[in-house]
Design a protein around this ligand. Structure first.
Ligand code: GDP
Ligand code: IMO
Ligand code: MG
Length: 421
């Protein structure tokens, strides 16, 4: 059996949580392979709404095993609050959720360092979610990190203290004083006690055994391709590989074990935090998208920047990830638009190109194609037949442009508001 991967193709918040929840009943195992509590994945069903940060979005699916892979960075305090919030929905969660021994731990001082680094950057700050992601991955790469498996070592507290002291010296050297360690420590160690109630596994062995036993696995990406550490709008990115290749390193599966690659995108674009965004709208239309799409961060509550769909970017993301099927979300947000635009090329120094430039910061003028709006409420549509021709044409143009078929159309936040073609 192969592992299917679902990834965000833009700047995150494409609706990954919702779609993983929809697809999860087809799978035995759902995994997360990178990122951490910077992610906010929203799921809605039976009038209830949940936001997951670390736990895979298959957790509400009966009997599915959910696995947190080695590529994830985990904050014990946030993990505990997620568990407390959903345990009533899944009383078997302690049996069904497994965690890789190799996943790295976010320490309280990683969060403080994140704030200190951002403060030191001044105007050029990234707009991080301040969950300690960058500093934690930095420690992982520089071989200083603490991992889930370390929790069970007799000298775990000494290791924690040593790393914390090292961080405190770094924080001091940045001149950052705006924090109190006491605010974090209690919750963090309560989180460690909570974690100990779960099984820590050699996840790479676990997942490969499942594949050998013909069990189906869905890997859930976090963030999006344009936030990838290598291929995103660097340095305004996150600190992990959010792309398909990240699923291999973040779980311990070989490239030839990857099956379908579901690429998910919004029918327009959003971005939260700083950094280039060629099709950003600063006018009433941008405001209309934000209001109709409830575009406020699921993790930080920050208003999301909004803009038209960027097909140069989408095509690039399909290439990097080897997307085999597209999923479009939030077309319903544009139910009331007379005209819809999509960027089909970038004009740089007077020249049109469809290539993603190295420095997307330079002045890019998007070249737009206009589409007629559908001016119809599509949120109750159950099949293609119930969708307006204008929307069908818009989607057909996108699929043809990027040369990947659109297989799922999401028309609302609820699990049921989904058309599988
Ligand atoms: P994720 O990080 O990719 O899981 O996405 P988020 O949960 O951060 O943001 C997506 C938001 O859009 C959430 O509030 C979802 O409930 C909502 N959503 C998902 N799909 C749709 C859709 O097709 N239509 C509408 N209107 N909302 C959607
Ligand atoms: P999901 O999984 C949208 C953005 C932050 C910031 C940059 C770096 O919900 O799609 P970090 O905290 O990683 O140091 O922030 O990346 N960012 C996200 N934007 N959705 C996310 O996750 C994000 N995770 C990080 O806003 O610009
Ligand atoms: Mg999100």
């Amino acid at each position: 059996m192969k592992i299917d991967v679902l990834l965000g193709l833009q700047w995150g918040d494409e609706g990954k949580g919702k779609i993983v929840d929809v697809l999860a009943p087809r799978y035995n195992v759902v995994t997360r392979f990178q990122g951490g509590p910077n992610a906010g994945h929203t799921l809605e069903f039976s009038g209830k709404k949940f936001v997951l940060h670390t736990i895979p979005s298959g957790i509400f699916t009966n009997g599915a095993i959910n696995l947190i892979g080695n590529g994830v960075v985990l904050d014990p305090a946030i993990f505990k609050s997620e568990i407390d919030n959903i345990i009533d929905q899944n009383p078997k969660i302690k049996e069904l959720l497994k965690i890789s021994k190799r996943a790295n731990l976010i320490l309280p001082t990683h969060r403080i360092l994140d704030a200190a680094n951002e403060a030191a950057k001044g105007k050029s700050k990234i707009g991080s979610t301040l969950k300690g992601i960058g500093p934690c991955y930095t420690d992982k790469i520089s071989r200083n990190g603490l991992r889930i498996g370390d929790i069970l070592r007799p000298d775990f507290k000494q290791r924690f203290d040593a790393l914390t002291q090292r961080h405190l010296r770094e924080i001091e050297s940045l001149g950052f004083k705006d924090f109190k360690m006491e605010d974090f420590l209690k919750g963090w160690f309560e989180g460690i006690e909570c974690l100990k109630q779960f099984e820590f596994v050699d996840a790479e062995m676990f997942i490969n055994e499942k594949l050998d036993q013909n069990r189906s696995v869905l890997a859930e990406g976090a963030q999006g391709t344009m936030l990838d550490i290598d291929f995103g709008t660097y340095p305004f990115v996150t600190s992990s590989n959010t792309i398909c290749a990240g699923a291999c390193t973040g779980m311990g599966v070989a490239p030839q074990k990857i099956g379908e690659v579901y690429g998910i995108f919004k029918a327009y674009c959003t971005r939260v935090g700083a950094g280039p965004f060629p099709t950003e709208l600063f006018d009433e239309t941008g405001e209309k998208l934000r209001a109709a799409g409830h575009e406020f961060g699921a993790t930080t509550g920050r208003p999301r920047r909004t803009g038209w769909l960027d097909l140069v970017e989408l095509k690039y993301s399909c290439m990097i990830n080897g997307v085999t099927q597209l999923i479009v979300t939030k077309s319903d947000v544009m139910n009331d638009f007379d005209t819809i635009k999509a960027c089909v090329a970038y004009k740089i120094n007077g020249k049109e190109t469809m290539a993603m430039p190295f420095d997307i910061e330079e002045s890019i003028e998007p070249v737009y194609k206009e589409f007629k709006g559908w001016k119809t409420d599509i949120s109750n549509a159950k099949s293609d037949k119930e969708l307006p021709t204008e929307l069908i044409d818009y989607l057909a143009f996108i699929a043809n442009f990027v040369k990947v078929p659109i297989k799922i159309i999401s028309v609302g936040p609820d699990r049921k508001a989904t058309i599988v073609r």
